[in-house]
Design a protein around this ligand. Structure first.
Ligand SMILES: Cc1cc2nc3c(=O)[nH]c(=O)nc-3n(C[C@H](O)[C@H](O)[C@H](O)COP(=O)(O)OP(=O)(O)OC[C@H]3O[C@@H](n4cnc5c(N)ncnc54)[C@H](O)[C@@H]3O)c2cc1C
Length: 368
């Protein structure tokens, strides 16, 4: 019988392991990755984190000075692996397929067998399964379709006409990287985000957004629009403004897309902007307004699902996300989730640290 099982040794899971350790509680850690940090290693080559190193690093784990304030994805992957070593995590390399209640314990099933645990923390990541909308006509189209999760670098698309769908962080960066490589690039935007940059006047925007989350919604939304105007001027004639997403809506916290050259590309006519994709029609993509674009490749930067079905029991899920029962991070008795709460800003590394503290304290309090 296990005491506490943590499923997933990414940033969120390791923060929980560390917070439990400080309270004298040891956890058994399951993670199916060949190498910890592989979630990051699989992402596109040019990826630089949009959260600063210092507020993000896992408590008690030094980050090398050489990393710089904005870590690259390989450095961050190594940090995750290093953190697990420093914390002395001896993980069990198994994929947990399902969790179910058996009397007063949780039963975890993997392909090798079952484990029973009094307490379970699910930290399997909100960006787990790439989501591609079921656009009509895809199956009969010769257009190559891939999700942003499979994009590595632009060179494989040189000489081909590209449509990027989605203007979140991944979409705008991939469009910029491809345009900079000379690829004829169009972007399809369904709802305009707030365009911003990692830093403004020496403040990083992730931290600013977290501080601003306590302000009235109207003020936060206004601040987003003013910031966009100060950084980029009027964007309406480029079809990039005004924002349709609201910064104050925490479910849309990623409604701010961080620019590393995308807006300048659009202004200079190197990237075309069209509205939402309606369907594929042969070798064309047709948008909702009826615009027809002939393309060779579509990259769907259309988000992820946490893929908790069937991992979490159905009574602990709602619409694909953990059900917040007694607290945002508790879905059922002794069943916690870390890094998976859709109703707060816990999409960011600094949030994982405070969330892990709350979870560990709750586990400690209940056994006191
Ligand atoms: C392109 C991209 C860029 C991003 N950039 C940032 C950024 O700059 N800053 C930021 O704060 N966030 C960023 N994010 C969000 C980012 O994914 C998370 O912040 C962070 O990696 C999530 O950590 P996590 O521990 O919750 O999940 P993950 O890092 O996904 O870790 C989950 C772990 O669980 C393991 N696992 C999953 N399922 C199972 C299972 N069933 N059994 C056993 N093990 C399992 C996986 O192998 C993995 O090791 C980005 C996301 C994407 C897609």
């Amino acid at each position: 019988m296990l005491d506490v099982a943590v499923i997933g040794a990414g940033h969120a899971g390791l923060c929980v392991v560390e917070a439990l350790r400080r309270r004298g509680i040891d956890a058994t850690v399951f993670d199916d990755a060949a190498r910890l940090g592989d979630v990051w290693r699989r992402r596109y080559d040019a990826l630089i984190l949009n959260t600063r190193r210092d507020p993000s690093s896992i408590p008690g784990v030094d980050v090398p000075e050489t990393m710089g304030q904005w870590p690259g994805k390989e450095e961050w992957a190594d940090h995750i692996e290093h953190a697990a070593d420093i914390l002395g995590v001896e993980r069990i390399v198994e994929r947990i397929n399902s969790i179910r209640r058996l009397d007063d314990v949780w039963e975890l099933s993997s392909h090798t067998g079952v484990h029973c645990s009094r307490v379970v923390v699910v930290a399997t990541g909100r960006n787990h399964r790439p989501v591609v909308p079921p656009w009509p006509g895809i199956d009969d189209s010769p257009i190559e379709l891939l999700h942003a999760a499979s994009f590595r670098r632009p060179d494989q698309f040189v000489g081909r006409r590209l449509l990027v769908v989605g203007a979140g962080n991944s979409g705008v960066e991939i469009a910029h990287l491809c345009s900079a490589a000379g690829i004829r690039t169009t972007i399809s935007i369904e709802r305009r985000p707030v365009f911003a940059r990692r830093e403004f006047l020496g403040t990083d925007l992730t931290s600013a957004a977290q501080r601003a989350s306590h302000l009235p919604d109207r003020l936060v939304d206004l601040a987003g629009r003013i910031l966009q105007f100060l950084l980029f001027g009027r964007l309406r004639k480029y079809r990039l403004g005004p924002p349709e997403m609201r910064l104050s809506n925490v479910a849309e916290a990623s409604g701010a897309s961080l620019d590393s050259g995308f807006v300048a590309d659009v202004k200079a006519g190197r990237i075309d902007v069209v509205d939402a994709v309606d369907r594929f029609d042969g070798s064309d993509v047709v948008t909702r307004s009826g615009t027809r674009i002939a393309v060779d490749v579509v990259i769907a930067a259309t988000g992820y699902s946490p893929a908790l079905d069937p991992l979490m029991p159905s009574e602990a899920r709602v619409a694909g996300w953990p059900r917040a029962k007694e607290a945002p991070w508790m879905s059922a008795p002794d069943l916690y989730t870390a890094g998976l709460n859709p109703a707060t800003l816990t999409a960011f590394h600094p949030d994982f640290i405070s969330e892990a503290d709350e979870i560990a304290q709750d586990i400690a309090d209940r056994r006191a």
